[in-house]
Design a protein around this ligand. Structure first.
Ligand SMILES: Cc1cc2nc3c(=O)[nH]c(=O)nc-3n(C[C@H](O)[C@H](O)[C@H](O)COP(=O)(O)O)c2cc1C
Length: 111
């Protein structure tokens, strides 16, 4: 399943649309935090409209090609690709659930 999922990166997980997030390359490292928040808000907004998204850092391996095809100047840095579409909930891949850490594993409460 992992190999199949990796290959699916190349065709946007069969989604009909893709969004690419770029940032000006002159921005500081902290701007990655900003665009990360933006990306999550975008994914939540899409979800609220019934759309599924797949964030794909993989796209950055092909930043040069993506920028060339889309006519994006070299002064921009590709941060993330997002495949977007209505999810096929019958597809087995969409039934796969990643594990979640328990809150106690990632949070320490002080009283
Ligand atoms: C910032 C970010 C980048 C990711 N990049 C990829 C990627 O390039 N290819 C991929 O198959 N999954 C990538 N993933 C993982 C999937 O998009 C998705 O998070 C994973 O299937 C688990 O989904 P879930 O967190 O809803 O369980 C990335 C996730 C995040 C948060």
């Amino acid at each position: 399943m992992i190999v199949k999922a990796k290959k699916a990166n190349f065709n946007f997980y069969y989604a009909p649309h893709a969004i690419y997030l770029f940032q000006d390359a002159s921005l500081s490292d902290w701007s990655l935090f900003d665009i990360g928040l933006f990306a999550q808000s975008l994914m939540l907004a899409a979800h609220a409209k019934g759309l599924g998204t797949v964030p794909q850092a993989f796209a950055t391996d092909y930043a040069g090609e993506v920028k060339e095809v889309l006519g994006i100047p070299s002064s921009k840095r590709l941060i993330l690709g997002l495949s977007v579409g209505y999810p096929d909930l019958e597809s087995p891949i969409n039934g796969y659930r990643t594990e979640r850490a328990e809150v106690a594993e990632i949070c320490r409460w002080l009283e």
